[in-house]
Design a protein around this ligand. Sequence first.
Ligand code: ADP
Ligand code: MG
Ligand code: MG
Length: 883
Amino acid sequence: GKWVYTFGDGKAEGRTEMRDLLGGKGANLAEMANLGLPVPPGFTIPTSVCTYFYAHGKSYPKELQAQVEKALVHVGKITGKVFGDTKNPLLVSVRSGARASMPGMMDTVLNLGLNDQTVEALSELSGDRRFAYDSYRRFITMYSDVVLGFEHHHFEEILDTFKDGQGYTLDTDLTADDWVDLVGKYKDAVARETGKDFPQDPHDQLWGAIGAVFSSWMNARAVTYRKLHDIPESWGTAVNVQAMVFGNMGETSATGVAFTRNPSTGESKLYGEFLINAQGEDVVAGIRTPQDITEEARQESGSDKASMEAAMPEAFKELTRIYTLLEKHYRDMQDMEFTVEQGKLWMLQTRGGKRTAKAALRIAVELANEGLITKKEAVMRIDPASLDQLLHPAIDPGAKRDVIATGLPASPGAASGEIVFSSDEAAKLQADGRKVILVRIETSPEDIHGMHAAEGILTTRGGMTSHAAVVARGMGKPCVSGCGTIRVDYGRGTMSIGSRTFKTGDVITIDGSLGQVLAGRMPMIEPELSGEFGTLMAWADQVRKIGVRVNGDTPDDARTAIKFGAEGIGLCRTEHMFFEETRIRTVREMILSEDEQSRRAALAKLLPMQRADFVELFEIMKGLPVTIRLLDPPLHEFLPHTHAEVEEVARAMNTDPRRLADRARELSEFNPMLGFRGCRIAIAYPEIAEMQARAIFEAAVEAEKRTGKAVGLEVMVPLIATKMELDLVKARIDATAQAVMRDTNTKLTYQVGTMIELPRACLLAAEIAESAEFFSFGTNDLTQTTYGISRDDAASFLGTYVSKGILPIDPFVALDQEGVGELVKIGVARGRKTRPKLKVGICGEHGGDPASVAFCHNIGLDYVSCSPYRVPIARLAAAQAAL
Ligand code: ADP
Ligand code: MG
Ligand code: MG
């Protein structure tokens, strides 16, 4: 077999496309060599050797050694040197390189091949003894650290002691003789601590380093990183062995890193840093402050140290030529490593550069405008999920974080504020102009006002689709949920994590994008929607097939969604209007009424409020479709809890508090989510549905009068299991519509449809579609009812399921395509069989998850509906699905 691939001298056996075999680093080194760029020659031992290594008890294919020897001779020929030679030694670096860039693997070893003899040869050849011994001590340090497991800090201690003894402060104070002295001390320390002399044979050194790279594939850090980033273990890593070039040969030598465009803003300007007389990692290690590359950047930073452009004009010119060429060739922003050895530039790495979401947008749009990529490619280049970063405030990336606990990243963005433990308190403080973070064990619909008032929400229970998470995302507020390490004590007004305790009024920050809770106030950066954002979204809309609507209950939601490009409201949940502080008492009167007459009296009070809500919503949506769902949550959730609440309602209803308390007990449920909710309410108490329908239709008449535009009205009945349920409720809705039209002497067009959120409804979709004019799959409840998992209680075990691989991912976050998705497919197919033009959408949280959006596109849905801040994500994901 072929186990070694060489590169250098204007050609290579590999190329970019061979990334799987050669790893990212190796494939790009080969490509650069093929492009004729100055790359120190070397060779790559491919990932197939890594696979072999683990399949054969950590041994190598038998041809490997001979092939490595041959490649070393080849590299020696190009450089005019010989590996292991005591007069003219070839020195190499040994670098790991997996398919995906992967921190946590073995660090690179530089200057390999140095020993007590070759260091003298290096000194002779370079005429610089200090340089030679500086290189040798670096090699001993790196090799001991990564191959022998003798850690770095031991050497630092020896060095510090030495410097103290000599009265030195800087490394540059050390003379050649000092380094010679230190190298001796270093080797002694290694021999003493590891029980073996530092290896002197360059071949032993090389195989030691190669073995260490392959072994590092399975070290704990690498294994963890792979888990977190879904990198399969089977990929393996490659090893690159490459002739050394020296950036530490004095003032005409340097090492640096550069990006072809600015990775945080995307601006099209070379961006980077370099260090004169330095090697490898010195730039990132922060030992000395690096210098700017371009003169313009130096002027901007105000640095008094020369830029590369000024200090090394020739090498800079060459770098400019090369970076322009590389960006054209790869058609993307590149992140490059280079070294200048005595004035000559060498390229050591290039790869697609990591960038912020903001930079990614700008780069994609500008590359398309420059004609380097197509608009479609630009659309494909942006990770939809990353748009979240742009739409919410974020913690200043430069700020130091004191993370006190980590929970689930339930709703993105970040916020700081005083801790409050109750929603009433939150509302009160906010009214005084204070900023608060609402901390609860979990939230319920009664916390809406507190959540509205808070800057952010932190809960210790509940998953990604818990009440807190769903509502926070809808509001566009940061939320960390299920933060189980925090103990909340409402009584004392404290929360504690281990030995740390925070009390009401203490300031914390939550980062809902990462799920972190931090002590104190953090500096924030505000989002701004750039011109590139609008441009890219417009390109996305040109290719998108599936519609994007919003789940929005309030005028605020509707305005935000329109700004983000929503094409209608896919789900307006009317209950949120009921929970408002001023209305909940009337709602309780209505529920606790013992007869229809008193229920109607309470409903009459709610009617004008509900109507006003809808008028505003319809006006904002200007004729776009608006799907309004009738009351859905269990009545249980509205019941008064405290004695005082019972008394208050009793007073308003003019009844005996004890009787009222009995009635509340009657309505209290063990399992409310499967209880008295959804269309079951409209069937038991038709006057509730009637009031809502009246409010909806009267509002439509009013809005049409004001805007002159017909409202795109869709009335939706929740939680249907049988056609009969829908028919009963629909009859009430239609009758009310007729009555309103008659009373107002107008004509309204509207549709009545249903939410499909029970498996039975999916199976009986053909029959239900005889009455339903549209379907909207409520995939939150459908997931809940398909799995039999209560999403509010899932946090305690779902994590285990995911970590054991029983579930690939939380099914409330990404639609379970095989199970729940299959039910959706069945529902669509059966529904459309009856009614070919049946309009079908989804309105669960999944409507904003890119993979789920792609699924909805593939099975032919008409639209997805998601929370306001996810609208752009859904638009982009839908476009990518169509490409
Ligand atoms: P990482 O993947 O951590 O960046 P690299 O293998 O790219 O590790 O190397 C670490 C540092 O050593 C980089 O600055 C790189 O440019 C430098 N380096 C690697 N090989 C050589 C070499 N042959 N000559 C000079 N510098 C090198
Ligand atoms: Mg590198
Ligand atoms: Mg539902």
